[in-house]
Every structure is written in structure tokens, then in C-alpha cells.
Design a protein around this ligand. Structure first.
Ligand SMILES: NC(=O)c1ccc[n+]([C@@H]2O[C@H](COP(=O)([O-])OP(=O)(O)OC[C@H]3O[C@@H](n4cnc5c(N)ncnc54)[C@H](O)[C@@H]3O)[C@@H](O)[C@H]2O)c1
Ligand SMILES: O[C@H]1[C@H](O)[C@@H](O)[C@H](O)[C@@H](O)[C@H]1O
Length: 341
């Protein structure tokens, strides 16, 4: 069976997703594309999907009988509305992170999906599809280090660009780490706090880059996450979990060591598309397979909600300088027996 995917948002990551759908994934075709600036969608269609219709509105794409399922990679503030429209049309939808820019927005999606009485949404958290993170998860599941007590993570980007704001270090960047620990430890968060170290001179002072976030899980695991979006040297993701009986550490991506001119060197990826290329392939293949089988398995709306609610608390903590409580609604029955990754 071939799944007909309509793509909304053909910017940097959206274009890459269309490329992987056209060149790498199996069982999927691209009958339609939409981007707010139409010419961008046209260019991507010419490159990777010459038969695709470039629609004039996102609604036209969502409602088109040619489109069975939707992939949203448009700007984050558009996600909630588009996901709600996809659910209303009864279509499966893969939505890039964040599911919505606020917990309230995610809650509206939880209600709409539960009311549809069918799991329709997969959120684009790709780390659970990365070999290294999968290895961490299976060792934790095998109780390799006993109960986890602490964890330390770093999420570094080489440059953030002028559009980045202080809040986006949380809502766009840290949100991956929040989801990672929710998934790895199988628990959500009680409190959060944000600290501002000496800022880098390589970014606008208003950004307050880097930031150090302290997350406390419901069972009391303390997690530090360094978020540094102008670190200059690479797209660098680190994670270590310390348990009663040992430590687990995320491996570096496999790269050959170059010995030359009296030195050994190993390349560091420079962006997420390179660092997580295989994980993006696998998450979208899982979506295509899930649509074909009528059962989605990837990160669900509840995971998207927990991430956004925790991010909201971190943004409050950025402003207050205090420890802030994470406020979560009771998990709806609909999401309790989910088979999400
Ligand atoms: N999972 C990841 O690791 C990852 C990586 C990069 C980006 N993202 C997410 O993907 C999304 C896109 O990021 P990007 O880096 O490609 O940004 P981008 O700015 O390159 O692309 C966004 C695109 O959305 C389009 N757009 C804006 N408003 C729109 C609307 N109302 N309808 C349709 N299109 C609209 C813009 O014209 C642009 O082409 C963001 O939500 C971001 O958080 C996720
Ligand atoms: O949208 C991107 C993307 O999610 C990357 O994976 C993350 O490292 C960046 O910080 C963020 O801006």
C-alpha cells in the first residue's frame, strides 16, 4: 500500500522531509505541498515531487481527497491550528515539534483527538529513533545501572540566527531534552529552574545564551541541561544518566578518526539534519507504516503536551528566577494504554 502524504511547510526541515519521502522512504508518495510563500513549495516540488499540486491554502491540502495523511513542518506557531484541522478532517498527521507553542494549545489537541476516538497524531521528536538513544533506553529498561538518581545533558547548536529569542532556547531547543527524559525515564517533571551563566559575547546579550536548566522528575531525579545555541563548534548533543550501580552515557555518532599532521581528529556534525539524519528517516518511515497499518506508534499528543507544559514552566522560571512547579492535567484515559515509542 502507498500512503499519500501532503506536506505543509517546505522551509529548511520541511524540504528535507519531502526529499526523504521522495528518495529514501518506502511506501509513500507526495501528491500535494503547501507553503505560505508559494514559490518555496514550487521549488521543492520541482526538486523532489514534480507531480505534486501546490495548493493555495493549507485547508485545500488538508481536505484534498488526494491527501491521506499530513506532515506539518511549518513555523511552530502554526502547528496547533493545522493539527486541529487535520483531526477535524479525520486524517493522520505528523507534526514537527513543538506540538503547539503552549500547554493550553496541546490540551485543545488532546481533547480533539480523544473526541475523534482514534489516535491520529505523531509528534516529530526524533531522538527515540536514534541508535545511541535507543541503546540508552534499552539499557535502562534492562535495569543496567539500577534506579537513576541524576542526569546531565547538553544541547548545543553552532549558531542560532537573529530570529532566536530567549524563550526559544526553551520552546524550540530544550523541548527535545524534556521529551528525551520523559521517554527515557518514563516519568514527568515536578519542578524546573533556569540559571543564566556568564553570557557568550558571540550572541545578542538579550538572548542570555547559554542557559542551564534544572529539571526535577516526579520521583526526584535531578537533571541538568545546558542549552547553548551559539557554541560555534558544532551541533553537539550529550547525555549521561547516573544510577545506583553505574553510569550510562550517550555515544558520539560513529565517525572515523582522522590521523594527520601529528593529530587525531573526529568531525562533529554541524546541524540537526546531519546529526539526526537516520533518526528523521526512521520517524517518518514509522509514520508512513503506522498510517498504512492504521496504528501510529511514535511520540503521541500526550508526549507533546508534557513537553510543552514543562517548557511553559521553564519560561516562567526564566522570568521569575525561582523554582517553578510543572502543572499537568490528569492523563486522559485515551492516552494511558498507548504504544507510543
Ligand atoms: N525535530 C527537529 O529536530 C526539528 C529541526 C528543525 C526544525 N524543526 C521544527 O520544524 C518547523 C520548521 O522549522 P524550519 O527550521 O524548517 O523553519 P523554516 O523557517 O526554515 O521553515 C518554516 C516554513 O514554514 C513556512 N510557513 C510560515 N508560516 C506558514 C503557514 N502559516 N503555513 C504554511 N507554511 C508557513 C515558512 O514560509 C517556511 O518555509 C519548526 O516548527 C521547528 O521547530 C524541528
Ligand atoms: O528547531 C531546531 C531543531 O529542533 C533542532 O533539533 C534544535 O537543536 C534547535 O535548537 C531548534 O532550533
Amino acid at each position: 500500500m502507498t500512503v499519500r502524504l501532503g506536506f505543509i511547510g517546505t522551509g529548511d526541515l520541511g524540504a528535507d522531509h519531502v526529499r526523504r519521502c521522495a528518495n529514501i522512504l518506502s511506501g509513500a508518495t507526495v501528491p500535494a505541498l503547501y507553503n505560505r510563500t508559494q514559490s518555496k513549495a514550487q521549488t521543492v516540488a520541482e526538486q523532489f515531487a514534480s507531480e505534486a499540486l501546490v495548493t493555495a491554502t493549507p485547508e485545500e491540502l488538508i481536505e484534498s481527497p488526494e491527501v491521506e495523511a499530513i506532515v506539518i513542518s511549518s513555523a511552530s506557531q502554526t502547528h496547533e491550528d493545522l493539527v486541529l484541522k487535520a483531526i477535524e478532517a479525520g486524517k493522520y498527521v505528523f507534526c514537527e515539534k513543538p506540538l503547539a507553542t503552549t500547554a493550553d494549545g496541546c490540551e485543545r489537541i488532546l481533547h480533539a483527538e480523544s473526541a475523534a476516538a482514534k489516535r491520529l497524531v505523531q509528534v516529530g521528536f526524533m531522538r527515540p529513533y536514534d541508535d545511541g538513544y535507543q541503546n540508552l533506553k534499552s539499557l535502562l529498561t534492562d535495569d543496567a545501572v539500577g534506579p537513576v538518581l541524576m542526569a546531565h545533558a547538553a544541547h548545543r547548536n553552532p549558531f542560532s540566527g537573529p530570529h532566536y529569542t530567549r524563550e526559544m532556547l526553551i520552546s524550540e531547543t530544550l523541548i527535545h531534552d524534556i521529551n528525551t527524559f520523559h521517554w527515557l525515564l518514563g516519568e514527568s517533571f515536578r519542578t524546573v529552574q533556569v540559571f543564566y551563566p556568564r553570557p557568550t559575547s558571540r550572541a545578542d546579550a538579550a538572548l542570555r545564551d547559554p542557559q542551564l536548566v534544572l529539571l526535577e522528575t516526579s520521583s526526584g531525579v535531578l537533571i541538568t541541561v545546558e542549552v547553548f545555541v551559539n557554541c560555534q563548534f558544532g551541533y553537539d548533543v550529550q547525555c549521561a544518566l547516573i544510577g545506583e550501580n553505574g553510569e550510562l552515557r550517550l555515544p558520539e555518532p560513529a565517525r572515523a578518526a582522522l590521523r594527520k599532521n601529528g593529530q587525531t581528529s573526529v568531525a562533529i556534525p554541524m546541524d540537526c539534519k546531519e546529526r539526526f539524519a537516520t533518526a528523521y528517516d526512521r520517524e517518518l518511515q514509522a509514520f508512513v507504516d503506522g498510517v498504512a497499518a492504521g496504528t501510529l506508534t511514535g511520540p503521541d499528543s500526550w508526549a507533546g503536551y508534557v513537553a510543552s507544559a514543562t517548557a511553559d514552566a521553564c519560561i516562567r522560571a526564566q522570568k521569575s528566577g525561582q523554582k517553578e512547579a510543572v502543572q499537568l492535567i490528569t492523563q486522559p484515559e485515551f492516552y494511558r494504554n498507548d504504544t507510543a515509542v
